[in-house]
Design a binder for this molecule. Structure first.
Ligand SMILES: [Zn+2]
Length: 304
């Protein structure tokens, strides 16, 4: 089901990570680590053709972002530059390529952010264009369900779900960020230090029930690392082992049902090396579920 030697097909190109944008530059650290550990087969996707974005966001915003027309172009929080635009188009190209690869291999990764805060009218929360809703937009004949386990709620994807009949958004978060649940969107706030880890597992169980109720053709997993207990933004407060358990549960949901799954690494605000270690653990969990291999049964390189 996976690539050579059980490695996960993963999409990345250096354009994703302009060094002057720290939030994006750390993707390079993750990509290099995954390559060094031989956890993934890396592929360089072509950038998305902007014509494929027509109708996803409001046209005025899309054109402003493509052309760099201010203040719209920088409204999401990252100062606009041609390199920021090109990074975004490269990552969205990777989303499409990873979704195609997931159809063939069962699973694929885009070493990118999901951009779940971007709403139809504009970018927000450092998210220029919504790469999760994009997959439903690109395949209107398919039901696409997002399992969003970032620290922050997927408010943008929620707004898209309300207007796209083939998009479903399941968000489990510590910080709501405007995500409240609605049409085809389910929002659950869990803070493990207060509620216990079982509550998080219960929320994943509810997600599983939603998969069975709505039978998506594609799962899109936003494997946020910013809900880790050492992350400065974390309210969820997952330990390294709990985050690994989370990843195993999500990948098993897909594998057990034969539903293709594409995943992104999303947020993470610790030192880049620590985020990369957590991202590597997510890939280890994916390999464990797909290969049934013992080498992925526990998280490796735990941040200390
Ligand atoms: Zn986040």
């Amino acid at each position: 089901m996976t690539g050579d030697a059980g490695r996960i097909p993963a999409f990345y190109r250096p354009e994703y990570a302009p060094e002057e944008v720290p939030l994006l530059a750390r993707l390079e650290t993750t990509a290099r680590k995954l390559e060094r550990l031989r956890l993934v087969d890396l592929h360089a996707p072509p950038p998305i053709d902007p014509s494929r974005l027509a109708g996803l966001h409001d046209e005025a915003y899309l054109q402003a972002f493509l052309a760099g027309t201010e203040p719209m172009a920088s409204r999401q929080g990252i100062p606009w530059s041609p390199r920021v635009r090109d990074a975004t188009l490269a990552m969205l190209g990777g989303q499409i390529a990873a979704a195609d690869a997931a159809q063939r291999h069962g699973i694929a990764m885009n070493i990118a952010r999901g951009f779940h805060h971007a709403v139809p009218a504009c970018g927000s929360g450092y998210c220029p264009l919504n790469g999760l809703a994009l997959l439903a937009h690109a395949a209107p004949e398919k039901r696409v369900m997002v399992i969003d386990c970032d620290e922050h709620g997927g408010n943008g994807t929620e707004e898209f779900a309300a207007r796209m009949p083939n998009l479903y958004n399941v968000s489990i978060f510590g910080t709501r960020f405007g995500c409240r649940g609605g049409t085809r969107s389910w929002a659950t706030q869990v803070r493990v230090r207060e509620h216990g880890f079982q509550r998080y597992l219960d929320a994943l169980d509810e997600a599983q029930g939603l998969i069975d109720a709505h039978r998506p053709d594609l799962l899109v997993y936003q494997a946020g690392a910013d809900c880790h207990e050492d992350d400065p933004k974390s309210q969820v407060g997952l330990s390294t082992a709990q985050m690994f358990a989370r990843d195993l549960v999500v990948f098993r949901m897909a594998r057990a049902r034969g539903i293709p799954i594409v995943f992104v690494v999303a947020g993470g605000y610790q030192q880049a090396q620590h985020v990369a270690r957590l991202n590597a653990n997510t890939v280890r969990a994916a390999r464990h579920v797909w290969r049934g291999a013992a080498d992925g049964a526990t998280p490796g390189n735990a941040p200390s």
